[in-house]
Design a protein around this ligand. Structure first.
Ligand code: PNS
Length: 163
């Protein structure tokens, strides 16, 4: 059994993320979900503390998963956790292009490897960006996020009245 780091923005955490976490626990054992401060995404909808709280509620049934925040580089976070590798989920070919560049850069600068987990087809279309956008306009995102996240989204954004 190994420890792996699953880093991301998780703004917010959705069912695709949960699927990757679930698969990673089965493959590796212990998963640390790393909520990264990403200066390039300064327009985050939720604070790191809010994101951690939502993720902790969503993974409370998985005893080998912990949630932490990290500033700086994902590879430094992986090294500080003594992680075997970084885990990333892959949905589409466009994900692959971005992730491959990051994985190769991360390996070159640190020797930390990345292992990809293919997202289950049922969740491959889900994206945090669209969840934020739909929630912002009062739409229903509950089919794409864990229950704890759906509750926070409902309480954060005014709901459209149902017809
Ligand atoms: O969920 P995201 O936004 O796709 O996750 C991207 C994230 C946070 C994993 C990536 O931006 C990251 O690793 N940020 C930490 C800074 C870092 O390590 N940069 C070097 C990338 S090669």
């Amino acid at each position: 059994m190994s420890v792996v780091l699953y880093p991301g923005s998780f703004d917010p955490f959705h069912l695709g993320h949960l699927d990757v976490v679930d698969q990673a626990t089965k493959l590796f054992g212990e998963v640390i979900i790393g909520v990264m401060h990403n200066p390039e995404k300064s327009s985050a909808s939720f604070s790191v503390e809010q994101r951690i709280a939502m993720i902790e509620s969503s993974v409370s049934h998985l005893s080998s998963v912990t949630v932490r925040s990290f500033a700086g580089l994902a590879v430094d976070a992986a090294i500080s956790c003594q992680a075997l590798c970084i885990v990333k989920g892959l949905r589409t070919m466009s994900d692959f292009e971005v992730e491959q560049q990051m994985a190769q850069t991360n390996f070159t600068v640190s020797g930390v490897r990345t292992v990809y987990v293919p997202c289950s087809p049922a969740f491959g279309f889900i994206s945090s960006r669209f969840i934020r956008e739909i929630a912002h306009y009062g739409g229903d995102t509950s089919a794409m996020v864990p229950g704890a996240v759906a509750t926070v989204l409902r309480n954060t954004y005014p709901q459209r009245s149902k017809k």
